[in-house]
Design a protein around this ligand. Structure first.
Ligand SMILES: Cc1ncc(COP(=O)(O)O)c(C=O)c1O
Length: 359
């Protein structure tokens, strides 16, 4: 494929090797060693968040986060996300209650969520999909009114700010993914950002088998740790993260300009007060035939367009969701354009020209 949808950023090899040499010298490969501790500190500083816990994946972060809730019952959630969002809650023994999304913001609205709150609702779990804020201020007010925990899947939100603070700081907890497909990554990994030190401490317990000392245990836990090698990769990439974000935002705006003639309704709408990261460039609200033709023609020309996120999660059989017509229609035709750090302006011009010609 000439232009895959994404390519992982690889940091300067010598920088990474120097960190690996230190790991070799110490022989400390995992279990919260010096690389992981420095990485957690550096990542917290970069993101401007106070409490952060690095885990083995975003999905593991979601599972640890959900462990904070009383077992069983329903969680109100979005049908428009990656399967990990509702997969994690199902895995942890909850039933999803899907609320259909706003067609422009791509997440449920607070008033629609209000109508779905029932006595055994345990929490609200939403996704800031593509890094677009999922009405966090309205949602915090609603969650407070009903005394419900507000949890965010913030897998896409590296570097996103809303109203001058990290999007990861909204709600009681938020989970970032640092998987290789993300702008900033650690090959595999994720981080749980919590609103206080007490919750962070409990998450640290869950990720480490429930240990509260070498031979003491405070409740159950799992192996959600990440390794020194992953943390070292994170440190090496974090040194270049500012430039990566800048480049990605530039690329995002370039596509937006090159394709502007197809109409605003086909692009993400970045809400006011948002410093976006440009992580994804989805084409939205295409007609079914047009989207299929576009995907097929692009593939023949070596351009990979990904259907992030298909299907709508309420349509996955084991999740047994009620119909969500807006999310289903969007999921059916969404196509995301290639975006990665080595994609040049000339590449983007060529891709945009092709896309316009297929449409
Ligand atoms: C919205 C969303 N949530 C969760 C995840 C899962 O994260 P991870 O791959 O780090 O487990 C992803 C994808 O990677 C995602 O896109």
């Amino acid at each position: 494929m000439k232009h895959p949808h994404s390519k992982p950023f690889l940091p300067d090899l010598e920088t990474y090797q120097a960190r690996i040499a230190e790991i070799w010298a110490s022989g400390w490969l995992t279990n919260h060693g010096p690389e992981l501790r420095s990485f957690e500190k550096a990542l917290s500083q970069f993101l401007d968040v106070e409490h952060l816990c690095f885990v083995s994946s975003g999905t593991m972060g979601l599972q640890c986060m959900l462990r904070e809730l009383p077992r069983g019952g329903e969680i109100i959630t979005t049908p428009y996300s990656y399967v990990a969002t509702s997969g994690a809650l199902f895995w942890e023994g909850f039933r999803p209650r899907f609320v259909d999304i706003d067609p422009r913001r791509l997440c449920p609205r607070a008033d629609d969520i209000r109508r779905h709150i029932v006595p055994n609702t345990r929490a609200i779990l939403l996704t800031h999909v593509y890094g677009i804020p999922a009405f966090p201020v309205e949602m915090e007010a609603l969650a407070k009114e009903f005394g419900l925990p507000l949890l965010y899947d913030a897998a896409h939100c590296f570097g996103v700010k809303y109203r001058d603070k990290s999007l990861l700081t909204y709600g009681d907890m938020a989970v970032l993914s640092t998987h290789a497909t993300k702008i900033f990554h650690t090959a595999n990994g994720g981080a749980v950002v919590t609103s206080g030190a007490e919750i962070r401490k409990r998450i640290e317990g869950y990720r480490n088998f429930g240990h509260d000392g070498p031979n003491e245990f405070k409740g159950p836990g799992i192996n959600g740790k990440n390794s020194e090698l992953h943390a070292a990769l994170g440190l090496a990439i974090l040194a270049e993260a500012e430039q990566l974000l800048e480049k990605r935002r530039e690329q995002w705006h370039r596509y937006r300009e090159l394709l502007s003639q197809i109409g605003d309704e086909h692009f993400l709408e970045i809400p006011a007060d948002t410093e976006h990261n440009g992580a994804y460039f989805p084409l939205l609200h295409l007609d079914r035939k047009g989207a299929d033709r576009l995907e097929q023609n692009a593939r023949e020309d070596g351009i990979e367009l990904r259907r992030y996120f298909q299907p709508a999660l309420n349509r996955i059989d084991y999740l047994q969701g009620e119909p969500c017509p807006v999310a289903e229609a969007i999921a059916e035709t969404v196509l995301c354009l290639p975006l990665y750090h080595t994609l040049s302006a000339a590449d983007q011009e060529w891709i945009a020209e092709k896309v316009l010609s297929y449409l």
